[in-house]
Design a protein around this ligand. Structure first.
Ligand code: ADP
Ligand code: 5GP
Length: 188
């Protein structure tokens, strides 16, 4: 088993942005591509941001035991980590980077134990989180309402992660994440 870095947070806290910056810095990282039953948005491509599939296909894979963890994150929309992703990445000798919701993060950490560093990304406040979700311009008003409704509950679970990272100023947050990860990987 190799190493893994897990990023969890409510939607809009900045996981994708922070991971994007870190992937440029750590060449030993490879991103775990999750499966989802939602439609691609914007420039998303199958096999890059997600493996996009129908609800039926997703459930067939669940029944076959292909997922390490999966969840109906929003009503009618499932997301999950395929076991084959771990094999694919560790076979290359790389560390896995996960971007999963808060329950998914706790589940994966339980499976991987000390081989995984779990990082909870915190927004500076719920107001800022709402502004960022709207500013991203990718979600309908209905989706934003659903996401915010979930956030307050998820934020209460920050204490169950190895590290809390406040995403106030992006560069500061990325620098802090880099230092924490280097310590975890035993580089410092
Ligand atoms: P997540 O992956 O957690 O859902 P994103 O990375 O998509 O969140 O970020 C949500 C929005 O907030 C994006 O439009 C992103 O550009 C913006 N954002 C992320 N981090 C910051 C930051 N530190 N300051 C201001 N805007 C940010
Ligand atoms: P989005 O639709 O914004 O891409 O993602 C919605 C939520 O699903 C985010 O909180 C994201 O972290 C979470 N998510 C993405 N992939 C997975 C996964 O494999 N498992 C779980 N549990 N959540 C995931």
């Amino acid at each position: 088993m190799g190493k893994a870095i897990l990023f969890s947070a409510p939607s809009g806290c900045g996981k994708t942005t922070i991971i994007g910056e870190l992937m440029r810095y750590f060449d030993c990282f490879d991103f775990s591509v999750s499966a989802t039953s939602r439609q691609p948005r914007g420039t998303e491509r199958d096999g890059v941001e997600y493996y996009f599939m129908s609800h039926g296909e997703f459930m067939r894979r669940v029944a076959e035991g292909q997922f390490l963890e999966w969840e109906e994150v929003y009503q009618g929309t499932c997301y999950g980590t395929l076991r084959s992703e771990l094999d694919r990445i560790w076979a290359k000798g790389k560390a896995i980077v996960f971007d999963v919701d808060v329950n998914g993060g706790r589940n994966i950490k339980r499976h991987l134990g000390d081989d995984a560093l779990s990082i909870f990304v915190m927004p500076p406040s719920l107001e800022v989180l709402e502004q960022r979700l709207r500013g991203r311009g990718t979600d309908s008003e209905e989706a934003i309402t659903k996401r915010l409704a979930r956030s307050a509950e998820e934020l209460k679970q920050a204490g169950q992660f190895d590290v809390t990272l406040v995403n106030d100023d992006l560069q500061r947050a990325v620098d802090e994440a880099r230092a924490i990860i280097e310590r975890f990987l035993g580089r410092q």
